[in-house]
Design a protein around this ligand. Structure first.
Ligand code: ATP
Ligand code: MG
Length: 314
């Protein structure tokens, strides 16, 4: 039923050296629309906060679905991601603190954010705006998650420059891996220019349906290409996950007993374990752990000298 699939891209992206800790600033990115970026951003952030990780969720998508999905309305904030990127507010001024959980802060957004793509186009430091804005506050958090829009424009580029690593949600559907080469070559360009430490730390399989050959095939393909960077936990297709945003609640608040909530909690625990095992001492002490994400993977050193600014923000 499922046809044999050609390899959609030639090589996994470069790994950072083993002594690099797994990134604390994770850009949740995939330029393909509707693959579960926002669902992952909101529910992983909430699950991390439940696990007492000091968590910041940045809504970097003009659609603002992460903002509303956390139950934040326009009356709750005056400044937002747009103002931060334009230099009109600091992150501290724009943050909404203690959202649903004591340990969850959110940088909200509005549709105004879309204008950044045009308004920053001639600004010299346009791709480092978010990185610079985060610098004074990043140490306050254990994890910072960024919900990226479904494009590879200037907003996403800013987030890739600011991030330590990518978390790529992969929907278990046909063509899931198609188009990833475009994302990975953008990552490569960012590595080669402004952010050499950027890496793909994690791939999360979303909307998995164990009854479908197709889901199993996509999972197998992803594990073949990304190895132990794919979370062991898969996110099942779960109607409760789709319902929760309309109530402005993360799944752990909306229905903690649902399989969706349990899956995102499990991903949060995997991520925490990865971050802990990537600490220099722990990685040396735990070389055989199957879940350790920091085992050196097959690497490619292919480089693409094109500057991200020149190719994405014109
Ligand atoms: P965009 O590219 O537009 O930003 P996205 O990648 O952020 O989209 P989501 O908004 O998270 O994707 O998900 C797309 C749709 O699929 C939403 O309606 C969401 O509620 C639903 N959805 C996401 N994950 C699941 C799941 N595991 N089970 C059922 N529905 C899901
Ligand atoms: Mg989204």
């Amino acid at each position: 039923m499922v046809p044999a699939r050609p390899a959609p891209y030639t090589s996994p992206p470069q790994r950072t050296p083993i002594e690099e800790p797994v990134g604390r600033i994770l850009a949740i990115a995939n330029q393909k629309g509707g693959v579960g970026k926002t669902t992952t951003a909101v529910n992983l952030a909430a699950s991390l906060a439940v696990a007492e990780q000091r968590t910041l969720l940045i809504d970097a998508d003009p659609q603002g679905n992460a903002t509303s999905g956390c139950g934040i309305s326009r009356d709750d904030f005056s400044a937002h991601t747009y103002d931060v990127l334009l230099g009109e507010a600091t992150i501290d001024q724009a943050l909404v603190r203690g959202v649903q959980f004591r340990h969850l802060d959110v940088l909200p957004t509005t549709p105004d954010l879309a204008a950044v793509e045009v308004e920053l186009v001639d600004v010299e430091d346009r791709v480092t705006r978010m990185r610079d804005a985060l610098a004074p506050i990043r140490d306050r958090y254990d994890v910072i998650l960024i919900d990226c829009p479904p494009s590879l424009g200037l907003i996403t580029l800013n987030m890739l420059v600011a991030a330590d690593a990518l978390l790529i949600p992969l929907q278990c559907e046909y063509y899931a891996l198609e188009g990833l080469s475009q994302l990975l070559s953008t990552v490569q360009r960012v590595q080669d220019s402004v952010n050499p430490a950027l890496d793909v730390d994690a791939v999360l399989l979303t909307m998995y349906d164990a009854r479908l050959n197709l889901s199993r095939q996509v999972a197998a393909d992803a594990r073949a290409h990304f190895g132990d960077r794919v979370f062991q936990t898969v996110i099942p297709r779960n109607i409760r996950l789709a319902e929760a945003p309309s109530f402005g609640k993360p799944i752990v608040v909306y229905d903690v007993a649902s399989v969706g909530a349990q899956a995102y909690m499990a991903v949060a625990h995997e991520l925490i374990a990865r971050m802990n095992s990537a600490a220099p001492d722990a990685s040396a002490a735990n070389p055989s752990s199957q879940a350790a994400p920091d085992a050196p993977a097959a690497t490619s050193s292919a480089s693409d000298p094109a500057s991200p600014a020149s190719s994405h923000d014109a």
